[in-house]
Design a protein around this ligand. Structure first.
Ligand SMILES: [Zn+2]
Length: 462
């Protein structure tokens, strides 16, 4: 008789772990747990989704994803996709304690994504089945490559991915085209009368039509660049539009993960710690191993670093939830979990005392510069922590107008932004956009000296 391999054994704990989680008030859609080889985990880290479209720029994200998907400063890798069902991939090579901890952590995420408002909105729009959507996007890309060649497809993907943060979260995933005409003028009843009159005496109806005025496109600055280009590009082919819309759908899915990262990782870490603590069915040595791992997850600073270069969201979120639950109980915490995103979460809950205890005042963000000590101003600290989260982490650029000759005019709003644009990057992105827009593309922004500049990409000059 052989004893079961340790890597499989965590499954044995799963039903009881779930029972315990339910008794503690967690509420989640079913999660499919799967133990997979390490190579599969790496692949997901590269592509973001297990079946996301293959593209070279994912290589550039590799390091970022790899860091992001490690649980805090632990060596554990977490790959979990919220949805109904949710999906969690656990490394088959992990030991019992590791995977028990990851499984408990996943239940925390599943509770979060079923109940948090941003996730619910996104899932109501279809992202519950993101894995299936992503798989069909990947098949679509493969067919495109067969039909149009790799280089052509890659160029469109370059363009779409360079704009992937440019969606409008205040609007729905499925959007209609703008109204073609301006609303009827105030004397509409007069029109109705004339219309009736016209049918009586056979007056030329085109007279009525000419009174309708075409609406400008866009009627207001348009933030959803992916949707706008897919919908209004003059000569884009339908397969190109589909790529834009596929990237856009995946962006809608990723946004809640992005906008709640601190509270979500903190929530999952709070619950993995608590579930393990209360799971009396887990053997003592497994528990001790798991707790050792937990302290790496929520460690403020990586072991080899004297000072952190970035805040560990697991540490920050975990510490905040512990305090919130200590002071107000689990029910109050659940209410916050349902309603907040990282902005309100940090602004409402991170106090000066907690920030001091956590040593957060050491951080100051400088553009690509070193970490500096910050004066102990809590408002400034909160805004420093949130700075990169605004607008999906991207500068505010919107479509301002489409000129008569088809020129696309983009406008960078540096007033709200308080962040400059890297002109070289902007030029590159504009080149990508021009490729699919097939007319000149203009970007109005300011240079380093705050002087207005225009970046232009013109197919005639290319
Ligand atoms: Zn997590």
């Amino acid at each position: 008789m052989t004893s079961p391999s340790p890597s499989r054994d965590w499954r044995g704990h799963l039903p009881r772990l779930e029972d315990l989680a339910r008794r503690l008030g967690l509420d989640w859609s079913p999660v499919i747990f799967e133990a997979v080889p390490d190579s599969f985990m790496t692949e997901i880290a590269v592509y973001g989704l297990p079946v996301r479209m293959p593209h070279w720029s994912f290589g550039a994200r590799y390091i970022y994803q790899l860091l992001q998907r490690h649980m805090g400063y632990s060596r554990l890798f977490e790959v979990v996709f919220p949805g109904n069902p949710g999906r969690a991939y656990l490394a088959a090579s992990n030991g019992l304690a590791d995977n028990t901890l990851v499984a408990a952590h996943v239940l925390g995420h599943a509770d979060f994504s079923k109940n948090n408002l941003l996730f619910r909105r996104s899932q109501d729009q279809g992202s519950e089945h993101i894995i299936e959507h992503a798989a069909s996007h990947a098949r679509q890309i493969e067919r495109d490559i067969e039909a149009h060649g790799f280089t052509a497809v890659e160029k469109v993907l370059d363009a779409a991915l360079s704009l992937e943060q440019y969606i409008d979260l205040d609007r729905s995933l499925r959007r209609e085209r703008y109204a073609e005409y301006l609303p009827a003028p105030p004397n509409a009843s007069d029109d109705a009368f004339r219309a009736r009159f016209a049918t009586l005496d056979g007056e030329d109806k085109s007279v009525l039509h000419t009174r309708r005025e075409r609406a400008p496109i866009p009627p207001h600055p348009e933030k959803d660049l992916l949707w706008f280009i897919a919908t209004y590009a003059p000569d884009m082919e339908s397969w190109e539009r589909d790529i834009f819309l596929a990237v856009r759908a995946e962006s809608f899915y990723f946004y809640p993960v992005y906008a709640t990262q601190t509270m979500n990782e903190g929530w999952a870490s709070y619950w993995h710690a608590r579930l393990l603590r209360e799971a009396d069915f887990i053997p003592q040595d497994t528990y001790l191993d798991a707790i050792k791992c937990h302290s790496d997850v929520v460690r403020p600073v990586a072991a080899e670093e004297q000072i952190a270069l970035a805040v560990n969201p697991y540490h920050l979120g975990f510490t905040l939830w512990e305090e919130i639950i200590k002071q107000g109980g689990v029910d109050a915490a659940r209410q916050i979990m349902k309603e907040d995103d990282d902005f309100s979460f940090l602004r409402n809950n991170l106090t000066r005392e907690m920030a001091t205890d956590m040593g957060l005042f050491r951080y100051k963000r400088q553009a690509n510069g070193p970490v500096k000590v910050l004066a102990e101003d809590i408002d400034e600290l909160r805004e420093t922590l949130l700075h990169d989260k605004y607008n999906f982490g991207a500068p505010r650029v919107a479509v301002a107008e489409v000129r008569g000759d088809g020129t696309l005019v983009l406008e960078h709003n540096s007033d709200i932004d308080k962040r400059g644009l890297d002109i070289d990057t902007a030029r590159k992105v504009l080149g990508y956009v021009m490729h699919v827009w097939r007319r000149p593309v203009v970007l109005r922004t300011i240079d380093a000296a705050a002087k207005p500049v225009q970046v232009v990409a013109d197919p005639a000059a290319a």
